[in-house]
Design a protein. Sequence first.
Length: 124
Amino acid sequence: MERAELPFPVEEYRDRARRVRAELERRGVDVLYVMSPANMCYLTGFESIWYPPRAPLGVVVTRDSDAIVFVDYERHRSLVEMTAHFDDAIFFTYETALETVAAEFAARGWTDGTVGIEWHSRSP
């Protein structure tokens, strides 16, 4: 699928994620679940006019991988695929959001270490 033009070159988003990974290393955090719209945009270029207040939308950055993983509601799949920079994605249904995200974190080995979750965002 062809993506829309991002506000910055992909290299800028890669560098931002690299700096986040360096901070994860410094703080001893293995996985960071970024959930605020501003920081999701910072890492991926994604913007939306609406962010579901009770859905675990986010972006995952891990200390040991260059991959950016987008996490969002399945109905936003087309918007995410067309407008965001990411390497992989987890899409969930409203009814199974928490179970899907928890299962994906476990399946990807992200629960084996220290997980940081961004607080003070619109998402849980």
